[in-house]
Design a binder for this molecule. Structure first.
Ligand code: 5AD
Ligand code: SF4
Length: 440
């Protein structure tokens, strides 16, 4: 890196935890005299924070790295670093295959970034470095992420995962579960209020298994919701085995905890759930949903489903479709099974062709799209309270976007600037996943 120039650019792939980690890394670099810029072209250091959850996510990163290679041909001093899950999963392989990458840095090593950069700069002759080992105590609790201002902030409350679902790479790239102290999390949320954030989303790979000292997740979420100035609290992603009755009661009983649950079911077939090592059955999941819906008013319910798991028969798939029809989720994220080396089912023969997997994905998406639309159409004419997040993405002039507590997306016109306001709107129409509305 050229002396005196310390401009960095961060690009993030994958989940919300990765987005949070990028903010954490930005916080670390800002404290060491670097400053963030808006494009790779303007920067001296490009950080690519990566995801390994499916092959498709990794392929996107490989493509992006090849584009950065071209940029480096024009700017030979450019430093390129790979962060996140691929840094751990691939390590030397990545450095060999992409010799223009200067370093790989795993999720437990971010505080070592400034030291690593000065090593690369000190002319020691090393132009590729690797720091990818686990540190089962690293929770970055005293570090403060550098967030772009807004109304909604992510706060990681735990890291890692102990579940070992048979298809999932996360425990192998993010290490064992560890939780931050509740008082540190509350202090971070108090600081966020000072910075005008009004909504927080508590994050963890398995957020509801949070545990530290005497506090479980239900205790923690209540403490966060009680921070003065906080209007809404959400959380992601939860595992059905850790959705306690106490947590359901806490969500139901606290006006600031959103009636929004992202509860991945993954499959509607008991045979597949067992092969996935999910530790619950279809009927247990359905019971949980029933209790949650009885207790939490107007619950917005979202899930993840994997299609094409090895051995998934037509009957298993029909069981999943049956569950989706029965539950009527507000939204479903559907993924094609992607074999991940090192996971328990990696060696299992895939029983479906790519085309068959695509077909199942499309069938499931189509059924859910109809359900989503029907559920949204039922809201036409009703009045909903939304928190305004800012200009609508496909921004027409004066068009704003907001969400209900249940995580439904609303678009409406306003002549006044209304970012961050809680407003009542009347629903006019539903299109796809978006609801169009007018201000009352
Ligand atoms: N293949 C496909 N989807 C996966 N997920 C996790 N691992 C895999 C895999 N190997 C999905 C799960 C999880 C979401 C984040 O990604 O549905 O909930
Ligand atoms: Fe991707 Fe999972 Fe890693 Fe998040 S934790 S970045 S989804 S592999």
């Amino acid at each position: 890196m050229k002396k005196g120039t310390k401009k960095y650019y961060v690009e993030t792939y994958g989940c919300q935890m990765n987005k949070y980690d990028s903010e954490l890394v930005a916080g670390i670099l800002n404290q060491h005299g670097y400053h963030q810029v808006r494009s790779a072209q303007e920067s001296d250091l490009v950080l690519v924070n990566t995801c390994s959850v499916r092959q498709h996510a990794e392929n996107r990163v490989f493509g992006r790295l090849d584009a950065l290679r071209l940029l480096k041909l024009k700017h030979p001093d450019l430093i390129i670093g790979v962060l996140g899950c691929m840094a751990v999963r691939l390590q030397d392989e990545l450095l060999t295959q992409k010799p223009f990458v200067n370093f790989v840095l795993g999720p437990d090593n971010y505080r070592k970034l400034p030291g690593l950069l000065s090593k690369l700069n000190n002319g020691s002759g090393q132009n590729q470095l690797k720091l990818a080992e686990f540190d089962n105590h690293e929770i970055y609790s005293e570090l403060y992420p550098s967030r772009t201002s807004g109304i909604s902030a992510w706060v990681a409350i735990m890291r890692g995962c102990n579940n070992f679902c048979s298809y999932c790479i996360v425990p192998y790239v993010r290490g064992r579960e560890r939780s931050r102290l509740a008082k540190d999390i509350v202090a971070e949320v108090q600081q966020l209020v000072q910075e005008n954030f009004v909504e927080v989303t508590l994050l963890g790979q398995n957020v509801n298994s949070y545990h530290n000292g005497d506090h479980d997740f239900a205790d923690l979420i209540e403490m966060v919701a009680n921070v003065p100035g906080i209007i809404r609290v959400r959380f992601a992603t939860s595992h059905p085995k850790d959705l306690s009755e106490k947590l359901i009661d806490t969500i139901a009983g606290h006006p600031k905890i959103c009636n929004h649950l992202h509860l991945p079911v993954q499959s509607g077939s008991d045979t597949i759930l067992k092969l996935m090592n999910r530790k619950y059955t279809r009927s247990h999941y359905l019971k949980l949903i029933k209790t949650a819906r009885e207790k939490i008013q107007d619950l917005g319910l979202y899930t993840d489903i994997i299609v094409g798991f090895p051995g998934e028969t037509e009957k298993d798939f029909q069981d999943t479709l049956g569950l989706v029809r029965q539950v009527e989720f507000d939204g479903v994220f559907v993924f094609k099974y992607s074999p991940r080396e090192g996971t328990a089912v990696y060696g299992l023969e895939e029983t479906l062709t790519e085309q068959e997997k695509v077909k199942r994905l499309q069938t499931l998406n189509q059924i859910q799209d109809e359900i989503t639309l029907r559920r949204n159409q039922q809201l036409i004419g009703t009045v909903q309270r939304i928190l305004v997040e800012g200009a609508s993405k496909k921004a027409k002039f004066n068009q704003y976007m907001g969400r209900t507590e249940s995580n439904k997306i609303f678009v409406f016109d306003s002549n006044k600037k209304v970012d961050g306001s809680l407003l009542d709107v009347k629903v006019i129409s539903a299109e796809g996943r978006t609801l169009f509305s007018e201000l009352l």
